[in-house]
Design a protein around this ligand. Structure first.
Ligand code: HEC
Length: 386
């Protein structure tokens, strides 16, 4: 997770770059000037502005931000020249001067190679069903090289010219989803054009998106197993929720509220809590029994997806907390007596000016909730606010 406390301006800058490029692509598509690739408008150029590199190279990001300000000034100068006849030459002369003096960033850092699908958005929404489908496809096509746990130690790995990367590290979060899609479907090459990973052109687009969902869910679980935290933020998988007597609704309908996912019935001791909406997750579908909470997620796919993300084979007894933005933030292991701040597994630096003030009398869950709210996830992935 990236703490941006030092660089509050970076978030909007990267957002601006991303939105600007998306707007350009949409306009081209609207004018009929962009082709199509894998079901969405294709990015027509071989490069794009890179959000991910700016995250790493703050100096270049600063130069880019200043250059954009200077370009804006040059445009203003041009407009002034049009409006103000008497001083026109002054404003006209200022334009090239400004452009020469702008602290242009290094194009090698700001521009990165793009694929036609660089700006594609995943149609699956991190759905539990897609994660399950991705799991089966991964076992079939990818496990030989990337390994059961995605760490790149499959049985074929040692014989490859390039070692497969660790898919549970930051890699998948740093890349734009569309670029991952392209690499899975079209393979990867080294600098000399030699193939490093084969293309999986036989997969459908939906299959490739499902694989990406699975790899992220698995990566989150592996990170929890290996480091005890979710090193990269992970969202709630999409699933349907049934609340007493109402039509099923998607989990995303609760966006804006804190959610607690429990894997046992209320008879096992937990109480509804006014600070959050409690949902009971059950491994099989069927009519609600007596020990069900008011709101129930009962799909085998959702159970599997949550188990994968929680990095456990036996999910029963686990509780998970999601924040108001839909990020999974905390877990309480089976048999734990209660919540404490240590259960916060996805941490960021507190937003400037917000001091967590739980107070000594607050209970463990209260302290956790205060910290969760004071430290929202502010994370950028390939320029997308993830
Ligand atoms: C023959 C071995 C092999 C198989 C099979 C394989 N991979 Fe890879 N994969 C690699 C290697 C090697 C790399 C590193 C390529 C490089 O960095 O040039 C890689 C890289 C990747 C990356 C990272 C790409 C990036 O952006 O850097 C992803 C994601 C990935 N593989 C997913 C998959 C998926 C999904 C499958 C199954 C559909 C799969 N791989 C099957 C060997 C394999």
């Amino acid at each position: 997770m990236i703490a941006l406390a030092d660089a509050e301006w970076l978030n909007p800058l990267i957002g601006l770059l991303q939105e600007g490029q998306l707007l350009l692509l949409r306009s081209l598509a609207w004018l009929g000037l962009a082709g199509s690739s894998h079901g969405q408008p294709a990015w027509p150029w071989a490069s794009r502005l890179s959000g991910e590199n700016l995250l790493i190279d703050l100096g270049q990001a600063r130069r880019l931000a200043l250059s954009l300000v200077v370009v804006a000034l040059a445009l203003l100068s041009l407009m002034a020249a049009l409006a103000w006849k008497r001083r026109r030459w002054l404003f006209v002369a200022a334009v090239p001067l400004l452009l020469v003096l702008a602290p242009w960033p290094d194009s090698g850092v700001v521009l990165v190679p793009a694929s036609p699908t660089s700006f594609h958005r995943s149609p699956t929404g991190f759905g539990a069903e897609a994660i399950g489908r991705g799991r089966a496809l991964y076992a079939q096509h990818c496990v030989g090289c990337h390994g059961v746990d995605g760490r790149g130690q499959g049985t074929l790995a040692a014989a490859l010219p390039v070692w497969p990367p660790n898919l549970s590290g930051p890699l998948l979060w740093r890349r734009a989803d569309g670029d991952i899609l392209w690499r899975v479907l079209h393979g990867t090459q080294d600098r000399h054009g030699a193939s490093t990973m084969p293309a999986f052109g036989g997969l459908s687009d939906a299959d490739a998106w499902a694989l990406i969902d699975f790899m992220k869910a698995q990566g989150a679980g592996q990170s929890l197993r290996a480091n005890g935290v979710w090193s990269q933020p992970i969202g709630l998988p999409r699933a349907m929720v049934r609340c007493a007597g109402r039509e099923p609704r998607p989990l995303s309908a609760w966006q804006g509220q804190r959610l607690r996912i429990v894997t046992t019935g209320p008879d096992s001791g937990w109480l509804e809590d006014p600070r959050m909406v409690t949902m009971q997750l059950r491994p099989s579908s069927g009519e609600a029994t007596q020990d069900a909470a008011d709101c129930v997620i009962d799909s085998p796919a959702a159970w599997e997806a949550f188990a994968l993300i929680a990095g456990t084979d036996s999910l029963a007894g686990t509780q998970l907390l999601a924040d108001r933005d839909g990020w999974l933030r905390a877990r309480s292991a089976p048999g734990a007596a209660g919540w404490s701040e240590d259960d916060l597994l996805c941490r960021t630096a507190p937003a400037p000016g917000t001091v967590p003030a739980a107070g000594p009398s607050a209970d463990g869950l209260g302290a956790l909730v205060v910290r969760m709210d004071a430290e929202p996830v502010r994370f950028l992935k390939g320029g997308f606010i993830h």
